[in-house]
Design a protein around this ligand. Structure first.
Ligand SMILES: C[S@@+](CC[C@H](N)C(=O)[O-])C[C@H]1O[C@@H](n2cnc3c(N)ncnc32)[C@H](O)[C@@H]1O
Length: 255
């Protein structure tokens, strides 16, 4: 399979940089997707993507992998809550937070609920971004199913959701704390002056050079003393190279 040719075509057609992804894993995943849709060659697959909008959406969903849930790894979210309470909130009543690669919004709304429950008088601002415009619309709508909210504790569920049929609808005050925007972590510049950046379960798909660049840019985007919260399989071993010290297993502090 001519992956390089396909990568060039995808960059031109979708403005997605596949060369940033781990190539063996990506290669395997594209082959499996092609066989599922009955495309034998890259040329057949490109022809299919050109003519069939449903297949284009399927390809984008497949590349972006937007699986998520509220309070993903709840015990690690408890550690974050602890750091917010003891490190960040005593210093500021208006925290600037970025949920990078936020998928359908479960992550930024989890952060909003934590902040509201710790300090409801604060004027916190949460920016939530993702490369995928379609899921950002779902995030803005703020409607979820049980499997997505299963980690939300009963008192938070009662306080911050309205239940309608089988839907869990996020409270409008929590929704108003979050601003959703389309943003590509690989191709675009990063905003500055964040107190907290949460980026979980996306850099695992990227190659080491891209990961390196992303961590450097996160570090530059954080205030001194600001925190970076990463996924439960994404420990950063060379955190010192990016100007961090370790605040807890999956949380790093900008020096
Ligand atoms: C597995 S989800 C993670 C969602 C959430 N952070 C969590 O941990 O539950 C990965 C998300 O990364 C987004 N994504 C993939 N590549 C991206 C990129 N280059 N820039 C920004 N977001 C990207 C996908 O669209 C998807 O929503």
């Amino acid at each position: 399979m001519d992956l390089a040719y396909f990568e060039q075509w995808v960059l031109k057609e979708f403005n997605i940089n596949l060369s940033a992804y781990k190539s063996n894993q990506l290669h395997r995943r594209i082959l499996s997707l092609m066989s599922r849709v009955g495309a034998n060659t890259i040329e057949d697959y490109i022809a299919l993507l050109k003519k069939d909008p449903a297949q284009r959406q399927k390809f984008l969903d497949f590349i972006t992998i937007n699986v998520t849930e509220f309070f993903r790894n709840p015990e690690i979210f408890e550690e974050l809550k602890d750091k917010l309470k003891n490190e960040l909130l005593p210093k500021s009543n208006s925290l600037k937070v970025w949920s990078a690669a936020c998928s359908i919004g479960a992550e930024p709304y989890s952060l909003a609920m934590i902040l509201d429950s710790l300090n409801s008088s604060g004027r916190h601002k949460i920016v939530a971004t993702d490369i995928d415009a379609t899921i950002l619309n779902k995030a803005r709508a703020g409607e979820y199913v049980y499997s997505e909210v299963k980690n939300v504790r009963k008192e938070l569920l009662d306080k911050y959701f309205k239940i309608s049929g089988d839907k869990y609808i996020i409270d409008s005050r929590i929704r108003s704390m979050v601003t959703f925007k389309k943003h590509d972590l690989i191709l675009e510049n990063y905003e500055k002056d964040f107190d907290l950046i949460v980026c979980r379960n996306v850099v695992i798909y990227f190659n080491q050079d891209v990961k390196d660049e992303i961590y450097r840019k996160f570090s530059a985007s954080l205030k001194k003393g600001g925190l970076l919260f990463v996924g439960a399989t994404e420990s950063i071993y060379n955190y010192r190279d990016y100007g961090f010290d370790k605040a807890s297993t999956f949380i790093y502090r900008k020096l």
